[in-house]
Design a binder for this molecule. Structure first.
Ligand SMILES: N[C@@H](CCC(=O)N[C@@H](CS)C(=O)NCC(=O)O)C(=O)O
Length: 219
């Protein structure tokens, strides 16, 4: 088997796993608990920051989910998920593949505030409010873009939807997506895909980062 993916349930590595599943590739998934396990010397030899995703393809090691998406598409896609250089939609494809991170940085910060910082005294209501607002602003951009569109590109589903779809999967835990009807329908369209479902943990899987239905009504 050529591909190995280092993964934590519903972390950004889900973006990579989902794309691999869309591409129908074989992969060995090495699953970590989200936390200290990522800082072992063995893993730091692959990813210098001890984060996920990290993908190994034979001699090649890559970390950074947007770059991994580009690499997987240009190496393994038969033309459906990729928009190759020269394709008229290439610039838009690149923009949305990487816009996924514009969304996810806010959810990552909110994850830190609501989950990773276990002592409530150390959490910041101000950071939480600010990051929620910034996440919502970034979702508003999608809401406008998705008027009369089913997917980010006019030509249809692509790896950009995988990247952004993952961001919404986590973003919906921190703000009510139904407030954005186009985005809500778009997320549900993506979440009904088999490859998406295959990338989710089992309901009772151990070591999940997110164990509540959402974090915007509580704490
Ligand atoms: N921009 C990077 C971010 C990678 C990242 O920060 N991953 C998080 C999971 S969503 C992580 O591994 N965090 C563990 C930690 O910070 O200790 C990417 O998209 O690959």
């Amino acid at each position: 088997m050529a591909l190995t993916l280092f993964h934590c349930h519903e972390a950004r590595s889900m973006r990579t796993l989902w794309l691999i599943n869309e591409l129908g590739l074989d992969v060995e998934v090495v699953l970590f608990a989200f936390g200290r396990e990522l800082r072992s010397d063995d893993y730091l030899a692959h990813h210098p920051l001890g984060r996920v995703p990290c993908l190994i393809d034979n001699e090649l090691t890559l970390f950074e989910s947007g770059a991994i998406a580009e690499y997987l598409c240009e190496t393994y896609d038969k033309g459906e998920l990729w928009r190759e250089p020269g394709n008229l939609e290439r610039p838009q494809w690149l923009q949305w593949v990487h816009y996924a991170e514009t969304l996810t940085v806010h959810s990552a910060s909110l994850t830190q505030q609501a989950i990773a910082i276990s002592d409530p005294e150390l959490r910041s209501a101000t950071v939480r409010k600010l990051e929620t607002k910034r996440l919502e602003k970034a979702i508003e951009v999608l809401e406008s873009h998705l008027v009369n569109r089913e997917y980010l590109l006019d030509s249809g589903f692509s790896a950009a939807d995988v990247g952004v779809g993952y961001s919404l999967h986590v973003g919906r835990l921190f703000t009510d997506l139904s407030v954005f009807p186009k985005v809500y329908a778009y997320y549900n369209r993506l979440a009904s895909r088999e490859a998406f479902k295959q990338s989710l943990p089992e309901a009772d899987a151990p070591n999940k980062i997110y164990t509540q239905d959402n974090y915007w009504l509580t704490t």
